[in-house]
Design a protein around this ligand. Structure first.
Ligand code: FAD
Length: 287
């Protein structure tokens, strides 16, 4: 089924994001996590794709098994920036063969470790080009990424929003946002998006802060800002992982509750493959 069909129902859709284990870890570890996440009855589970990495085949295999073995719809992430058009063709063929019907079409981050990388020489420079190709070549449901606080590469929020509109106009069914820690940023973004007729579902992505150190890296990578109340918690529990974990679950639960009250189409939880914490949030908010 197309995931878009899930949105617009009476109940908000819970979706969960997982990542494939590194290639030197057994693949089976992810199925232990999935056994637990299935209990939460998610509408779908998305599987990240390592841009330029070596475990891309695992994305396809895990997304296929989520559908086949767990009976849950899956959303396979696909990044295009370091792929040729021929490679993308081949991956789309493989996804189709495995029965995967939904793709999160992404550009992917630019490589930090390659000073010679030249975006202008790539087959794909931006996600909208991938969205166009997917739409032309196969009957997939297509989602894309949105950045309520702006994408880090874009110096003007307005330009970023128009670039998002271009993606949506290429045929995006729904959007999933980058994580944010202040719901006002999401609400403000929705108002601006609606004003330029981005009217597909925009699903808020929420990640619980479970570890003071890893949150700094996440923020460095995705450009999200930390509001003062959360920063106080991170500072307070810098050296107390257990308390940080509890406070992070409570903070994320509050964010989700507030979003649900405002009538969002769904909640996308960045699980970081940590099922206990995600189950606690789901229990706290009754989703
Ligand atoms: P784009 O939409 O192409 O945007 C990239 C930048 O280019 C933006 O600054 C945008 O404003 C600008 N831009 C877009 N179009 C134009 C244009 N026509 N002219 C000029 N500028 C333009 N990364 C992974 O590697 N694997 C994953 O699995 C993954 N999953 C993700 C899931 C979600 C929900 C999100 C929010 C992000 C995910 N990412 C993932 C990260 C993503 O790949 C990076 O943020 C990447 O840098 C941008 O991808 P994009 O698809 O948003 O790119």
């Amino acid at each position: 089924m197309k995931i878009l069909d899930l949105y617009g129902g009476e109940k908000p859709v819970l979706s969960l994001e997982i990542f494939p284990p590194r290639v030197d870890y057994p693949l089976e570890t992810i199925f232990e996590t999935l056994d637990e996440l299935k209990i939460l009855n998610p509408g779908y589970i998305s599987v990240t794709y390592g841009a330029g990495g070596s475990n891309q085949a695992r994305t396809v295999e895990i997304a296929a098994r989520i559908k086949r073995d767990y009976g849950i719809e899956s959303l396979a992430h696909l990044t295009c920036v370091r792929h040729t058009r021929a490679e993308v063709d081949q991956i789309l063929g493989q996804l189709g063969k495995e029965g995967i019907r939904n793709i999160l079409a992404l550009r992917g981050d630019l490589p930090e470790d390659d000073p010679d990388f030249d975006l202008s020489k790539q087959d794909y420079r931006f996600a909208y080009q991938l969205i166009n190709d997917v739409r032309k070549k196969a009957d997939f449901g297509v989602a894309a990424a949105a950045y309520p606080a702006g994408h880090p590469e874009c110096s003007r929020l307005k330009d970023d929003l128009y670039n998002l509109k271009q993606k949506v106009d290429c045929g995006v069914d729904f959007l999933i946002t980058q994580l944010f820690f202040d719901n006002r940023i999401y609400y403000d973004f929705i108002d601006k998006a609606l004003a330029i007729k981005i009217d597909c579902p925009v699903v808020p992505g929420i990640m619980p802060v479970l570890n003071a150190r890893s949150i700094r890296r996440t923020i460095y990578l995705c450009g999200a800002s930390i509001p003062a109340p959360l920063l106080k918690l991170v500072d307070k529990y810098e050296n107390d992982a257990d308390s940080m974990g509890k406070a992070g679950i409570e903070y994320a639960s509050m964010q989700v509750e507030d979003l649900l009250t405002s009538g969002v189409p769904g909640i996308h939880l960045y699980t970081m493959n940590k099922h206990h914490q995600i189950a606690e949030i789901a229990k706290n908010v009754g989703i």
